[in-house]
Every structure is written in C-alpha cells, then in structure tokens.
Design a protein around this ligand. Structure first.
Ligand SMILES: NC(=O)c1ccc[n+]([C@@H]2O[C@H](COP(=O)([O-])OP(=O)(O)OC[C@H]3O[C@@H](n4cnc5c(N)ncnc54)[C@H](O)[C@@H]3O)[C@@H](O)[C@H]2O)c1
Length: 337
C-alpha cells in the first residue's frame, strides 16, 4: 500500500526525504518550509507536490497519512502533538524532544490518537551498527565487558542554522550527535542502563552557548560499562572518527562509520581474531529508506508500537539529561532511583 506523506521542514536533511519516501514506494503530497530559497529547486523538480510555508498548513490536508518531521529540535514536541491530534502517523527525526516531560506528552498524544509515533534513530539501520549488534547478540566473542563509543568531528558554526548553536533550543552536539551514540549503545547493550556520570561543556567553541564536548561513563545493571567520547573541533577533518570499540570476554570488535571521516579511515566492521584484525563483510544499504519502509509497514499492519519503541526515544533523552545533570553536580546520576 502506498501512503500519502507530508515532509515538514526541508533543511539540511528534510529535502532528502522527498527521494527517501519515493524510493520506499510512497508519495510525497505536501512539503512545509518557510524559506523560499530552500524550496525553490524542489518546486521545480516536484511540480505535483503542494508547498506551504508552515507545518500547520500541511496538517490540514485530509489525504495525508504520514508526516516526516524534520524540524528544529525545539519544534519536535509541538509539531508531533499537532500532527498526532490531526490524525497523522508521525516519523520524527531524532532526538525525540528537548526533555523527558515533552517526550511523555508526545507519548500520551500518540496513545490518545491511536496513531504511531516513531523517533527516527537511523543509525540502527547503518550496516556497521547492525553488524555489531549481531556480533554482540551471537556471543561469538563472549560477553561484552566494556565499550568506547566515539564521535570526534569538525564543527563549522557558520554552516549551521542558528538554533543549532543555542542550547536552549535543542542546539549543541549532545542533542545532535550524543543522541545517536546513546541510541546505539542502548540498542546494542540493552535498556537496563543504571547510572551515568559525565563532563559536558563548550570547550572547543567557548563563544557558542551550546555543548561541543562530552566524556560520559555509563553502567548497565547486567554488567557492561561504556564511555561516550565526543568532541567537535573547529578544524581537523583529517582526524575525525566515528564508531565504537567493543571489548568482550573473548576478544574485541570495532565499527567505523564513513561520513565526515578523515582519509585514513574506512567504513566497516572488524573482529580481532588469531592475533590480527579481520574485516567482517557487510553489504551497503540505504538506511533512511529501510527505516521509512519499516515504519510504513508498521502503519499498514496496524501495529500497536512503531519499529523503534517510543519508550526508547524517551530513554535516550533521559540518559542525555542525566549526562547534563552529572556534569552540573559533579556526581554520578542513578537512573530509575
Ligand atoms: N539522522 C541523521 O543523520 C540526521 C542528520 C541531520 C539532521 N537530523 C535531524 O533532522 C532534524 C532537522 O535537522 P536539520 O539539520 O535538517 O535542521 P535545519 O534547521 O537545517 O532544518 C529545519 C527546517 O525546518 C524549517 N522550519 C522551521 N520552522 C518551520 C515551520 N513552522 N514549518 C515548516 N518548516 C519549518 C526551517 O526553515 C529549516 O529549513 C533534526 O531533528 C536533526 O537532529 C538527522
């Protein structure tokens, strides 16, 4: 079944959803975006799509089944609730919202409306991340003892929208990148994370009121521990690094992700076997298309939960909040206490 879709916001990522939805076998009928310069080329290439300036206009259309919400973080909560109340299924880009109170209200709105709300934590559709989950689940290297999850990158403030440089509006690299790192750790290691300590701050861009750096330490009830190490420099494309090192009772595995990486790195997954690193074969997929297809299938089948549970999206924000609290207080934060 082909669904009618509205894309809300066409900034750095929103525009790509026109192709994603089409490649997943569905139809974009409306696009909401106030910046004319942003939509001018899309209007030319998509003459059959209605373009409106504000997301609320798109929600008035009765024929829209699903909205893809790629708005600034501070609008996720309001726009998702508006869309659910308008009877639409919602595919909202990560992170779910600014705080857990907003997440709770979004979950309540989804339950009340009987519509699905998916927080698009796309990285679990990345081949290297998927493969690492398979390695962990297979126990071929034994039990996970500890993990280093890393995201060392370049942040050029002049290329970012203003809200992304304002911590009060969901800006900063915690919401932007930290949410991906927490997502993949919770997905691979499990949701029973029990405590968090962290140092978070704007050390590399002190002039910007939003975080660019964090070192976090997470414990899981069933044993493993993990660090999250992220830093956004104002230079250094050559030494960017995205990925994770997993240490098991019987060996090691690591994955690296390609985008924004330096020339010395390679996308992929490696296992330490017989005293050397062996690359694990992986196939290339389109993560956004796979994710949208999964969501549409859940909508079509009348599933009660989206493929990524709403509680997971909320837990990512809960852990993110705990990193900030720990950094502020200098203490370990016990979750679920
Ligand atoms: N999964 C990924 O790899 C990935 C990558 C980039 C961004 N994202 C996520 O996508 C979302 C958007 O990020 P971005 O970088 O594209 O931000 P952006 O600021 O570039 O895009 C947001 C767009 O929304 C538009 N907008 C603002 N108010 C609106 C309104 N009332 N109605 C309609 N449109 C409105 C803005 O004009 C802008 O073009 C965020 O949640 C971000 O975290 C995900």
């Amino acid at each position: 079944m082909a669904f009618n879709v509205a894309v809300l916001g066409t900034g750095r990522i929103g525009g790509s959803y026109l192709k994603v939805v089409q490649n997943a076998g569905h139809n974009v009928r409306a696009v909401a975006e106030p910046r004319e310069e942003q939509v001018a080329p899309l209007k030319k290439s998509h003459p059959d799509v209605e373009f409106v300036a504000d997301y609320k206009e798109a929600l008035k259309r009765k024929d829209i089944d699903i909205v893809v919400l790629t708005l600034p973080h501070w609008l996720h909560h309001r726009a998702a609730i508006d869309a659910l109340n308008a009877g639409k299924h919602v595919f909202v880009e990560k992170p779910m919202a600014l705080n857990t109170e907003e997440c709770d209200e979004m979950i309540a709105a989804a339950k009340k409306s009987g519509r699905l709300l998916l927080v698009a934590h796309t990285q679990r559709y990345f081949t290297p991340v998927k493969k690492m989950k398979e390695i962990v689940d297979s126990k071929e290297l034994g039990e996970v003892v500890m993990v280093h999850d890393i995201w060392h990158k370049v942040l050029a403030p002049e290329t970012r929208p203003k809200w992304m440089l304002d911590g009060t509006r969901g800006g900063g690299m915690g919401q932007m990148d930290g949410s991906h790192m927490i997502d993949r750790l919770l997905w691979i290691l499990g949701s029973d994370v029990s405590s968090v300590s962290a140092r978070v701050g704007n050390f590399t861009h002190p002039q910007i009121p939003a975080d660019d750096t964090a070192m976090c330490f997470l414990r899981w009830k069933h044993g493993p521990v993990a660090t999250i190490s992220r830093i956004a420099f104002d230079h250094g494309k050559g030494f960017t690094e995205y990925g994770a090192d997993y240490f098991f009772t019987k060996g090691q595995a690591k994955f690296r992700i390609a985008y924004g990486r330096g020339p010395t790195q390679k996308d992929g997954v490696w296992i330490a076997k017989n005293d050397e690193w062996v690359e694990v074969p992986t196939s290339k997929t389109d993560s956004l298309v796979d994710e949208f297809k999964d969501f549409a299938k859940a909508v079509e089948s009348g599933a009660k939960q989206p493929p990524i549970p709403m509680a997971h999206g909320r837990q990512v924000i809960e852990v993110l909040e705990a990193t900030e609290e720990s950094s502020r207080t200098g203490r370990e934060v016990i979750l679920g206490a």
